[in-house]
Design a protein around this ligand. Structure first.
Ligand code: F6P
Length: 195
């Protein structure tokens, strides 16, 4: 069986400031993670000549992949983070204070809530379909470096979790989720590379 490795980008400067969306660079901790991830991937996939690294089109995933040597890298727009529309760049506190109704409707139904001029989790799940088809077709291992909401959706597909859980699944930073699809079903391992 061939593994699929899922990971969020290293901590970004916006993560540190609590700002959602955006296209910021990595924090120092995030840069350290990119190096640790490269080490891990190069060891784990040493004999896997056909493996590839998939990122989103956002800087924080591209920078996280950059120290990884020896594998082709592919950028997918479909792996970009959920589009927060008019809330892009805000903190959750700012949304709560300035747009209390939006904040409340998202809290009530996080799966279906669509940011004004942005996306819902259901939208993200739908746009991931081509990525999932391509992941299923791959014979070689794939490392997917993406974002919290997108990885919740991807993970739940492989781990067969119910739709309503998706927006609440824990996908921590600086942790690799390894999924193995074998004849007996799906196996999962987690590697926490940093505290
Ligand atoms: O805070 C990091 C982040 O990736 C944001 O860019 C994104 O809006 C958010 O997480 C998605 O998580 P949630 O759906 O819980 O707000």
């Amino acid at each position: 069986p061939r593994p699929i490795l899922l990971t969020r980008h290293g901590e970004s400067r916006d993560n540190v400031r609590g700002r959602i969306g955006g296209d910021s660079f990595l924090s120092e901790a995030g840069e350290l993670y990119s190096k640790k991830l490269a080490n891990f991937v190069e060891k784990r996939l040493k004999a896997e000549r056909a493996a590839s690294i998939w990122t989103s089109t956002l800087q924080r995933t591209i920078l996280t992949a950059s120290p990884i040597a020896g594998f082709p890298k592919i950028q997918w727009r479909a792996l970009d983070e959920i589009n927060a529309g008019v809330c892009d760049g805000m903190t959750y506190e700012e949304i709560k204070k300035n747009m209390p109704e939006e904040y409340e409707s998202r809290k009530k139904d996080k799966l279906r809530y669509r940011y004004p001029r942005g996306e819902s989790y259901l939208d993200v799940i739908q746009r991931l379909e081509p990525v999932i088809i391509e992941l299923e077709r791959q014979r070689a291992p794939v490392v997917v470096i993406s974002h919290q909401a997108v990885l919740r959706a991807l993970y739940s597909y492989f781990a067969d979790r119910p739709l309503k859980e998706i927006p609440h699944i824990e996908v921590p930073l600086h942790t690799i989720i390894e999924i193995q699809m074998g004849v007996t079903g799906v196996q999962e391992k987690r590697y926490k590379l940093m505290d």
